[in-house]
Design a protein around this ligand. Structure first.
Ligand code: BMA
Length: 330
């Protein structure tokens, strides 16, 4: 148990369960919560499914934004709160975003939110419907009022993930250019902004390559700053005879130039294998979107979407994961 986290938060009440005796660290560097899934599909009055959702520590407890598809299969974002990060109360209705500019276009839909604290507020970034999927952004101070900002990137783009601080004087994000449909390609890119409105200085980060990450890849939770580089969890997709299979793995990228990859692990960390991951509205999906990390113990808890239906949790230690990424570097 070690501590490589820089600039992280103390999260003494991070959701946690020790590695069970049945879990071999040589085979799996992170282990699943025994009571997965933690968020059932019908937790809110109108939800068909709750998955690919984002949480942060908030006032000694936890808050989050949740992808809730309703029973018309409309995709939207609902706010929620929890004392322990496991038992959640999620609003029945989607967030009503307040436009920071009346000219801002309406969103046709919103999905796969990420949330991160930067400087003095929480920023939310999601896949936003505006003549096709693009990136949408908002901020909140209290998880009650949410202020929608300009869309950082035009269609087609998904999987926008903000860094928790400026890098080289600019705000920074990973994202994935895509197409209008169920994109059969996808690289992770890095872009920079002086003001969170105008984005540029684009740099290529990683392409898909082999095995579980051979079709497309996209960033997951917001990167975690460690002494060994940014620890980046990302999803990877392979195309089987029955369609896409979504697993997730990890890489380390350079602290000052995060488009440079230091190490990228060849094996996945989690792949669809439990019943709630292989069956659901979209079978064979494990999709990470949020991580809680405690800088005092080095514990990490990742929230991930299970088969586009429910939300699960996996646990691990940052130092073990960093060492594993380096040891399994491709
Ligand atoms: C992606 C997104 C994710 C989803 C995944 C698997 O394109 O729509 O929200 O989890 O497909 O269906």
């Amino acid at each position: 148990m070690g501590n490589l986290i820089i600039n992280g938060a103390s999260v003494p009440n991070i959701p946690w369960e020790d590695r069970p005796a049945s879990s071999n660290p040589k085979k799996e560097i992170m282990w699943r919560y025994s009571k997965n899934p933690v968020i059932p599909r019908d937790l809110t009055l109108y939800s068909n499914s709750i998955f690919n959702s984002a949480v942060v520590p908030f006032n000694g407890e936890f808050a989050g934004v949740f992808r809730c598809d309703d029973t018309s299969r409309h995709m939207d974002i609902n706010a929620g709160r929890s004392k322990d990060g496991i038992n959640w109360v999620i609003d029945d209705h989607p967030v009503k975003f307040i436009k920071t500019d009346p000219q801002l276009p309406d969103s046709e839909y919103k999905y796969d939110p990420r949330v991160v604290f930067i400087e003095d507020r929480y920023y939310i970034i999601w896949c936003n419907g505006y003549n096709g999927p693009c990136l949408g952004m908002a901020y909140t101070h209290d998880f009650e009022k949410f202020y929608q900002m300009e869309n950082p990137l035009m269609p087609y783009n998904r999987n926008g993930v903000l860094f928790p601080r400026k890098i080289g004087g600019n705000y920074a994000m990973y994202h994935r250019p895509s197409d209008a449909g169920h994109t059969a390609f996808g690289d992770i890119w890095y872009s920079q902004s002086p003001n969170l409105v105008y984005w540029g200085k684009h740099r290529h980060v990683m392409s898909p390559n082999a095995g579980w990450q051979s079709t497309k890849i996209g960033a997951g939770p917001c990167p975690i700053e460690t002494t060994e580089g940014w620890l980046v969890f990302y999803h990877g997709v392979l195309t089987s005879c029955n369609g896409f299979v979504y697993s997730f793995g990890a890489a380390l990228t350079d602290i000052d130039e995060p488009w440079k990859v230091i190490a990228r692990a060849r094996p996945y960390i989690i792949n669809p294998r439990e019943i709630y991951e292989v069956t659901g509205d979209v079978p064979n999906v494990t999709f990470p979107v949020a991580a809680l990390a405690d800088k005092d113990t080095g514990r990490i808890a990742i929230y991930y979407g299970c088969a586009d239906t429910t939300t699960g949790l996996v646990f691990g230690y940052i130092d073990e994961i960093v060492a594993w990424v380096k040891a399994n570097k491709m």
